[in-house]
Design a protein around this ligand. Structure first.
Ligand code: FES
Length: 170
């Protein structure tokens, strides 16, 4: 039986989990690959949350407590932000070249938050990823889990307006 046959199901159907899986596979799912695997989650999704940590723990066969310990010990890991909405802007090479930085700057300026921060009203958190595996759609951003490709700064801001309005209606 191959290792992948025993790999636990990723937390969601999001194709980005494949990127993390590839990282773990490259390391033969060795527990030593824990930090690299968590890095991969963060670079792909912008943050670590409990489902992602649980999945990495199961795949590498290490206790969740250890994963959580590592994730909270190293300052370069960001745990799931507090905002009701999350905007992750990709600043990987392809996206950076195609204007990812402008996307990031516009969101930062509009909402007066920087990387890893949440607006004072708790509505929006802004994070950065280093490649979400959709370079062909560069520049990309992810708003509440939905990948948005080839968006201008204005289009991204409108998508954020919509997401924030949706929350107020619900
Ligand atoms: S660099 Fe942004 S999706 Fe690959």
């Amino acid at each position: 039986m191959s290792i992948s046959a025993t790999l636990p199901r990723p937390p969601t159907d999001d194709k980005r989990w494949k990127i993390v899986e590839t990282t773990m596979r490259r390391n033969d799912f060795q527990p030593d690959a824990l930090i690299e695997s968590l890095h991969s989650v963060q670079q792909t999704f912008g943050f670590l949350d409990i489902p992602s940590m649980r999945w990495v723990a199961a795949a590498l066969k290490v206790p969740l407590s250890k994963v959580y310990g590592v994730a909270t010990f190293y300052h370069f890991f960001t745990l799931k932000p507090q905002g009701k909405h999350v905007c992750v802007v990709c600043l990987g090479t392809a996206c950076y070249i195609k204007g990812g930085r402008r996307l990031f700057d516009e969101v930062r300026n509009r909402y007066a938050i920087s990387e890893g921060q949440t607006t004072k009203d708790g509505q929006l958190s802004l994070l950065v990823a280093r490649c979400i595996g959709a370079c062909g759609l560069a520049p990309t951003a992810v708003v509440d889990g939905k990948v948005l490709g080839k968006r201008s700064p204005t289009e991204l801001l409108s998508a954020l307006d919509e997401a924030l309005e949706r929350k107020q209606e619900s």
